[in-house]
Design a protein around this ligand. Structure first.
Ligand SMILES: [Zn+2]
Ligand SMILES: [Zn+2]
Length: 161
């Protein structure tokens, strides 16, 4: 459990050697010739320490589909991007504006978040892919508000005790 959002991979998983000075995997401690014994171990370390890499893997898994409401934000993002690229044409520019206002997107460019199921502030930081879910920006706002209120209530209760 940690409330750190990211950490240098060299700090969390430095090169390791056993007592005899032979190289072992930085993650699982198995004998190996490289820093990691397998792509699984390297992947685990990267997802845990590097939020950008974790977000990329969450995208590959979910393609922007919201875990709560099922909104396919990845598809919408791509449609918006396409119209945006042709924004020098009046009709495509108008279509982008129309889509944005119809869907309530404002001027957002990213419509989904890789959400920590356990908030980082509650110790959910540096988690594996299982600890992350895709939430659209609407559900993410609701959910982080809920997590924050719960945390504040817990703080108040702690003070009262
Ligand atoms: Zn390993
Ligand atoms: Zn949603």
């Amino acid at each position: 459990m940690t409330n750190v959002r990211a950490i240098a991979i060299t700090k969390k998983y430095p090169f390791r050697k056993d007592d005899a000075g032979r190289r072992i995997c930085a993650v699982c401690g198995k004998r190996c010739s490289l820093k990691y014994c397998s792509t699984e171990c390297r992947e685990a370390a990267w997802v845990e320490c590097n939020p950008a890499h974790a977000r990329y893997r969450v995208w590959q898994r979910d393609h922007g589909v919201c875990a709560r409401c099922g909104w396919a934000t990845g598809v919408i993002e791509r449609i918006i991007w396409w119209f945006h690229r042709w924004r020098w044409q009046e009709d495509t520019r108008e279509t982008e504006h129309f889509l944005r206002s119809a869907l309530g997107l404002g001027c957002r460019t990213h419509l989904w978040e890789a959400h920590h199921k356990v908030a980082v502030a509650d110790g959910g930081g540096l988690c594996s892919l299982d600890g992350l879910e895709t939430l659209c920006f609407r559900c993410h706002a609701k959910e982080s508000g809920r997590q924050r209120r719960k945390r504040n209530a817990a703080k108040v209760a702690e003070k009262g005790a």
